[in-house]
Design a protein around this ligand. Structure first.
Ligand code: ATP
Ligand code: PRP
Ligand code: NIO
Ligand code: MG
Length: 497
């Protein structure tokens, strides 16, 4: 298998849960396949107990939708499926329907690199029920993972306070595609480069790296190893100093640094990969400065994450560059985002849109009905609140009340005068045609940076962040409440207990 960009350009229609296909068949059989519906993809809680989430994955969603079709061999595989009585699971007329199915949905989404909060749709799909349904699993697969990793990278780079963070995760990532997607999302979230060469080739991410302990161990002495590396890469030397004795390793690095300098070259720095990283980095800084290498950088690695980086910053460790692998690409402390994809409206047989809710004992699980969008209000360059509103809402009003979707006692009045407004969901496909001009990865990364800068530090701090206000516009809140009552047959009377 050769991994090329084609992997993401091929038809992946079978990359779905079987129940999507059984529902698709049953929709078709009951004449509902082409009935129009609206679905929203959203999550209910920011990951890592954090105060924000950074959206990523849309580019893959676009490829998925553009290539959404059932190929001949997909249909042959489905045609072989049998019920327990030996009859085919899917009748042949349905196979023909699938064969001719073309993606024709409207799709809106938040752009990659947008800061986003619970309950706001990241993707909204409107179109034939069967198509909306078939998109559920792949859209969740793509958006859940890349958004999670982009958020983790944003947290880690936030902790690093502007220092470069190198993503070193390939060896520990969740398989091949997980690794590639993680490298991409990490770059969006703020990492400067990846060690993953294939991610460099496929996505254009800068590739960088040092060397491993094995390099040192393959020589009789560390000094010889450093000298040989300096011969091979006179302009790119970052010496790993902790194979035997870190202090001695730093001395050897300085010695080879001087040899390089005599040849008109400068060593870039050293890497420390074990032990007390504050203690050794501070000693290393002093030794390097004293020896005349104040510009040599100190790279640290070894099971780092945002908490350890924060601690090392507090300890005033002399670390310039952070190599982060396992805990970033596996989202170690929260392995899944938990975004869901829910139906929120359907057009009835009379052509009238009906909003829908799923009622739950847990109010956090009651979805937002109707066709909605979200807008961000910004004052003097700082985001102040997001409002989720019905598409029919008049946005030119001078004031709005937003209501917390979980706790209706939390409300805010927004006077729009002097506020900038940014619509969060923008059109990507209209009737199956792509209308969105895809930004390149550098532009996406810049969008993430700009978005993160919109938010006060209080929302970005890693522990116990201040909750950013996101609310339902009053009439959307009322619609949801009325619908829940209706679905529960609640008539306002006290029930007998
Ligand atoms: N000064 C420090 N403050 C907080 N955490 C630190 C500090 N120095 C190192 N760490 C972290 O402590 C952990 C040390 O892990 P561990 O004891 O397994 O490694 P080690 O013995 O130093 O290295 P290795 O096992 O690779 O030889 C790592 O997660 C590392 O990032
Ligand atoms: O620690 P991470 O954040 O995953 O970063 C990548 C790690 O991978 C390498 O060593 P590896 O873990 O393979 O071996 P080691 O732990 O024995 O150094 C490297 O030296 C880093 O320590
Ligand atoms: O280049 C490095 O230093 C590197 C790459 C992958 C994993 N650990 C370290
Ligand atoms: Mg390790």
């Amino acid at each position: 298998m050769k991994i090329t960009k084609d992997l993401y350009q091929s038809s992946l229609a079978l990359l779905t849960d079987f129940y999507q296909l059984t529902m698709a068949y049953a929709y078709w059989k009951s004449g509902k396949a082409e009935q129009e519906a609206v679905f929203n993809l959203f999550f209910r809680k920011n990951p890592f107990q954090g105060g924000f989430t950074l959206a990523a994955g849309l580019d893959y969603v676009i490829d998925f939708c553009r290539n959404f079709r059932f190929d001949k061999d997909d249909l042959e595989y489905l045609a072989e499926m049998k019920n327990s009585d030996g009859t085919p699971t899917f009748e042949s007329a349905f196979m023909e329907y699938l064969e001719h199915m073309e993606f024709k949905c409207d799709l809106e989404a938040v752009e990659e690199g947008t800061v986003i909060f619970p309950h706001t749709p990241m993707v909204k799909v409107k179109g034939p029920l069967i198509q909306c349904q078939l998109l559920e699993t792949p859209l969740l697969n793509i958006m859940n993972f890349q958004t999670l990793i982009a958020t983790k990278a944003a947290r880690i780079t936030y902790a690093a306070k502007g220092d470069s963070v190198l993503e070193f995760g390939l060896r520990r990532a969740q398989g091949i595609d997980g690794a590639l997607a993680a490298s991409r999302a990490s770059y969006i979230g703020g990492c400067s480069a990846t060690s993953n060469v294939m991610a460099g080739k496929l996505f254009g991410i800068p590739v960088s790296g040092t060397h491993a302990h094995s390099w040192i161990m393959s020589f009789d002495t560390e000094l010889e190893a450093f000298e040989a590396y300096a011969d091979a890469f006179p302009d790119k030397c970052v010496f790993l100093v902790d194979t035997y004795d870190t202090i001695n390793g730093i001395k050897n690095a300085i010695e080879v640094g001087k040899i390089l300098r005599a040849k008109g070259k400068e060593m870039l720095g050293i890497r420390i990969d074990s032990g007390d990283l504050a203690y050794y980095s501070n000693i290393a800084r002093e030794m390097l400065d004293t020896a005349g290498f104040p510009n040599a950088k100190i790279v640290a690695s070894n099971d780092l994450d945002e908490q350890i980086i924060t601690s090392l910053k507090i300890q005033e460790a002399s670390i310039d560059i952070w190599g982060v692998g396992t805990k970033l690409v596996t989202a170690y402390d929260q392995p899944a985002l938990g975004a869901v994809y829910k139906l929120s409206a359907i057009k009835n047989t009379e052509g009238k849109w009906e909003p829908k809710v799923k009622v739950s004992q847990q109010s956090i699980k009651i979805n937002i009905p109707g066709e909605h969008n979200a807008i961000r209000f910004i004052r003097n360059g700082k985001a102040v609140a997001d409002m989720i509103y019905l598409e029919t809402e008049d946005l030119s009003k001078t004031s709005f009340t937003i209501i917390d979707p979980i706790d209706p006692t939390k409300r805010k009045k927004i006077m729009t005068k002097g506020l900038e407004q940014e619509k969060l969901l923008i059109p990507i496909f209209i009737a199956g045609q792509k209308v969105y001009e895809r930004p390149n990865l550098g532009q996406i990364k810049e969008n993430a940076r700009r978005n993160l800068n919109l938010f006060d530090k209080a929302h970005k701090r890693l522990v116990n962040p201040h909750i950013y206000p996101v609310g339902l516009e009053e009439s959307l809140y009322q619609l949801r409440t009325d619908l829940v009552f209706k679905m529960k047959n609640y008539d306002g009377e006290e029930s007998n207990i």
